[in-house]
Design a protein around this ligand. Structure first.
Ligand SMILES: Cc1cc2nc3c(=O)[nH]c(=O)nc-3n(C[C@H](O)[C@H](O)[C@H](O)COP(=O)(O)OP(=O)(O)OC[C@H]3O[C@@H](n4cnc5c(N)ncnc54)[C@H](O)[C@@H]3O)c2cc1C
Length: 510
């Protein structure tokens, strides 16, 4: 804690911050932002580092995927959120390593010093060892994933509109969603609304009733973390929206345009133009880096096991919060769930605790308050279990909307989202369904001399099917030239696995 500990060797914003302790917060998600805010009045200088320049409200990613809201409605620039705080400097870049013995982090390839370190780098998606499935079934963790899912859904619908063959249209209108936790159920409900109602009449050839949405999960019920009563209400709502739930079913393998699913009745092949993955999360790799460097324990999912104040053994100056941590010093001894509200509580506590240490005050104690859980099922229905108080239907939705508006970190997005939700409630309309290309596809073009379909150099045309959809359709055409198995609908066949044609069962998702 000396004069050489500047903001990552840059000048501090105020002279009087030159010799105060340096707090490095890695990750500007729920935990990082709230740690930062809780340190607003403390005599510290804070460097907040994130590899994105915005805070992402992940719980609403599914609304971007289904065109209800736009990317800016669920993301807030970090400089807007905390950049103006007098003791904070926000830096864009990736922290790749931690050297606890020298109290240093490695950022953009250089080592920098800290006095207190808060690691809040969250989690990513996992395909449980089947990373090749990523191309066929995008996960939903970052904005780009949500936009890719939206692009695939919309491109399939555009393609179906120009496809004369009814069975090919059925293929294009089939969506498989893997995972029936909150994200999978929310996605299924929203996809159903988009394909059945929101764009009804806007596509002249599509029959909304031909939309097929299949939700696949190894469990016996949807929303397994919720009480049975809530999960029954959720399933009833999803079924009303025409969603098929395949319980006790695991993905065995997938390829372009098809998923092979192991069910209690044998393996099934579902042919679907769009497949979405919501099945697994894995903590940020900085957890294992920290464990290698300090010997701290990781749980079996790879999260850092933390002490009662979120520090790790023998390193009171290192705290780990949010999805990256396993905090089990709770009343029932169960780890805090990987959700927004616990991450926010952890971040706020850590900020206050560091402020107390720096000011030589007595430290606060952390008491986790479990608000419960909820999941939204369509634009006016949700289920919620709030500390034993259970709600479903419209009341559940009002609660869901209120809680999410409170959690959203900025007022502009709160207001925009409220207006868009009310509008969707009244009209079913979606405005965020623009199909645009990647910048590389049309950087050289302007509106007057652009050809149709727009094409720049070797880039893919915006009006042509994307590579994923094209591969799915090629697969489908090839399959159609083979005789179908008797008695099965064209997009779902019961497979005879005795010849080993379906994928190896050992490859099932664990
Ligand atoms: C689809 C989806 C739906 C969800 N729905 C809900 C819900 O309805 N309710 C709920 O409570 N929770 C929900 N969650 C969970 C919730 O979003 C997370 O628990 C919460 O975001 C965790 O906060 P965090 O601060 O730990 O991490 P995050 O919010 O993920 O933030 C981590 C930050 O760290 C940055 N980062 C990562 N690695 C590095 C690095 N090496 N260097 C620099 N920066 C880095 C990232 O860019 C990111 O900004 C949902 C999550 C998803 C994916």
């Amino acid at each position: 804690m000396a004069g050489d500990h500047f903001f990552l060797e840059l000048e501090p914003p105020e002279e009087r911050l030159r010799d105060v302790p340096h707090v490095v917060i890695v990750g500007g998600g729920f935990a990082g932002i709230h740690a930062c805010k809780a340190l607003a009045k403390a005599d510290v200088r804070i460097t907040l580092i994130d590899k994105r320049n915005f805070n992402l409200f992940q719980p609403l990613l599914y609304q971007v995927s289904t065109g209800l809201v736009s990317r800016g409605d669920i993301a807030t620039p970090l400089r807007e959120l905390v950049g103006k705080q007098r003791n904070v400097q926000v830096l864009l870049g990736e922290v790749t390593d931690v050297h606890p013995e020298g109290k240093q982090i490695v950022f953009n390839g250089k080592a920098y010093s800290y006095d207190h370190l808060v690691l809040a780098t969250g989690s990513g998606s996992t395909f449980f060892g089947h990373d090749d499935w990523r191309t066929f079934a995008p996960p939903m963790k970052i904005l780009e994933h949500a936009e890719e899912i939206r692009r695939r859904l919309l491109m399939a619908m555009e393609q179906a509109e120009q496809t004369p063959d009814p069975s090919a249209r059925q293929f294009l209108q089939t969506v498989v969603i893997v995972g029936a936790g909150p994200s999978g159920c929310e996605m299924a409900g929203a996809v159903s609304e988009l394909m059945r109602w929101a764009l009804n009449n806007a596509f002249k050839q599509l029959d909304p009733n031909k939309t097929r949405i299949v939700l696949v999960d190894p469990g016996e019920r949807v929303l397994r973390a919720m009480p049975a009563q809530q999960s029954e209400a959720a399933l009833a709502s999803l079924e009303r929206d025409g969603i098929e739930f395949m319980a006790q079913s695991r993905v065995q393998t997938m390829g372009p345009g098809e998923v092979i699913i192991g069910t209690p009745d044998g393996d099934r092949r579902i042919q679907a133009a769009t497949v979405i993955w919501t099945a697994g999360v894995r903590p940020s790799h900085l957890g294992s880096k920290l464990a290698e460097a300090t010997g701290c324990a990781l749980d079996k999912g790879g999260r850092v096991v933390v002490q009662h104040d979120f520090s790790i053994p023998e390193h009171p100056e290192i705290r780990v919060a949010g999805d990256l941590s396993n905090y089990s010093h709770t009343i029932n001894g169960k780890p805090m769930p990987g959700m927004a509200a616990p991450a926010k509580q952890a971040g706020t506590f850590i900020g206050k605790d560091i402020a107390a240490i720096v000011a030589n005050r007595s430290c606060p104690t952390f008491n986790y308050f479990d608000f419960g859980s909820m999941a939204v099922l369509d634009r006016a229905t949700a289920v919620a279990d709030l500390r034993g108080l259970r709600f479903s239907g419209g009341v559940g939705w009002l609660l869901w909307a209120f809680v999410h508006l409170v959690l959203i970190p900025d007022w502009e997005n709160r207001i925009t989202l409220s207006v868009k939700w009310i509008f969707a409630l009244l009209t079913q309309q979606r405005s965020a369904i623009l199909l645009t290309g990647m910048p590389s596809q049309h950087m050289a073009l302007d509106a007057v001399d652009a050809h149709f379909p727009m094409k720049a150099g070797e880039g893919v045309s915006i009006a042509e099917p994307d590579a994923a959809l094209k591969a799915a359709m090629d697969y489908y055409s090839h399959q159609m030239s083979r005789p179908p198995l008797s008695g099965q609908p064209p997009t779902q066949e019961l497979l005879d696995t005795s010849d080993g044609s379906a994928a190896d069962s050992a490859a099932a998702i664990k």
